[in-house]
Ligand binder design. Sequence first.
Ligand code: GLU
Length: 494
Amino acid sequence: MTERVRFAPSPTGPLHIGGLRTALFNYLYAKKNNGVFVLRIEDTDQKRKVEGSEEYIFDSLEWAGISPDESVKNPGKHGPYRQSKRNDIYKKYVKALLEKKGAYYAFDNAEVLTKARELDEEEKGAFKYNYENRGSFENSLSLSQAETEKRIDDGVPYVIRLWVSPNEEIIGEDEIRNTVRINSSELEDKVLVKADGTPTYHLANVIDDHCMEITTVIRGEEWLPSLPIHVLLYEKFGWEKPKFVHLPLILNPSGKGKLSKRDGDKNGYPVFPIRWKDVFEGYKEKGFLPAAHLNYIAQLGCSSRGEDEIMSLKNIIDEFDLANVQKGGARFDYEKAKWVNQQHIKRLKKEELVSIIKRKRKDLEKSFNDNEIHEIAELIQDRIVLLEDIESLCVMFLESPKKYDEMILQRLEKQDLGELVNKLKKLVENEEISKLKDAVFRFCKNENIGMGVVMQTLRIAVVGTLFGPDIIRVINVIGKYSTLERLKQMKNLT
Ligand code: GLU
């Protein structure tokens, strides 16, 4: 049997990290098992639909490199893949459910329900439309068949509710959690079809999973409370249930509460994969490689058995095992996410990095040839944490320092800086730049000056700070002319 999994987002806004993690785990499970990864758009609630969200979901998955095998864009034989286009399918199954006495019509208007709710909330603390009180409401269980049919013919508005019998044990199995056991008396007769004729989430979700031949449902923990209702629906329809996996919540870094957009805003990290409508930045714009972002979120709630935490998507697929998914919430750690990104950048092939650098700093090609840009890539590779760092890391190759590290200047000042800079200028003028290293050695020996002082002076003059890549290699890239310009600029300061 082919494993079929689905990611079933509602297009109600941008896809949150939690959503992307759900999509990723579905993708991993499908690829690991030679299965099919389906994307279904759950848009039954048209009022909650937000323009642009559907496109955003596709763009995010494409950026991450985990596009679905079947979706509205590349339909297979289980379509339509958008719930708003499946109403005829739902109607057919609801009719069957009504005939099997798995559901019933309810005509109660909002006023009656509100009153009953208020009363029960006051007396019992909560209101449930269920076996205890359904006889006192106006529905096809309390009214005669003739009256029910008359009302329907007369166009009286109605909803269709799930008919839950009391005192039955409902068992929900989850692949990574303990079995959920619940007495059906605790459940409500959930609305399955709304007054406007559209299905609710529960009904559409179960019918679609069945019709799309989904074998394993992998979704967030927030859907665990819906499991008993879904199990009941499968039983009423007489369908075989898929396997269920509820992924642990993603918590904010403090571990208190779900990771939220507000938390991200406050602490300066995105919670979305890509930019949302000029409103929020995503991981892409922040400078994350898609492979690194996936690598990090694959670890959220899933411990890897591998030696190396840094993995390509292929390795993640090979390693993927539902047995490694944990039950407890997974704490989000932005610093860790950045570290993973840095490790991926360190492992980028030189050619790939060069093309990213060229894209980020188009001006490099005006001043440097390909070999030199390769050398720049090598010199900055280990220092890039986010791709946006490339811009600032390249400045040293393009411009003279705008300022100098004051403390170092003061320290060097004691060594008669002006004279030393002059001598270094002469040295650079007279030497072949590719042989500068040896020349500096000789110079130190002849002048009896410490190598440290000379190198620090050169570095401060050329890049303005003591941090950064091998200064002799930087000088080799920028060439004799720029080096002399920078030494002159520093000389004018002293
Ligand atoms: N439409 C639901 C959501 O937005 C899907 C829940 C499920 O996967 O069953 O997350």
